[in-house]
Design a protein around this ligand. Sequence first.
Ligand code: SF4
Length: 94
Amino acid sequence: MGELPHKYEVTIKVATAPYKLSDKIKDELKASGMMDDKGKLKLKGVSPKMLKRMKEEAVDCPVLKSEIGFVQCFVCPNFQSRITGKVLCKGDPL
Ligand code: SF4
């Protein structure tokens, strides 16, 4: 099976600072059922161990032109998949 069309391959790196999700993103996650009312993330197929690791990772987002936490990237509408340390990103304007 071929890869989905994507614009960017973004390298995942260790975060230089801890990233907190903004209130706007939290509201979006809650609305789509990916976060409960207590603010706990519920991501399909992501174990607590993986989630802990994801929180220590970041990407230099080519669309937002800044470093963002990997959790935010993972839930971004442009996120397609994660392959060997890279995010395949659709690259649409956000
Ligand atoms: S998936 Fe979203 S957050 Fe991640 S690199 Fe692409 S545009 Fe940025």
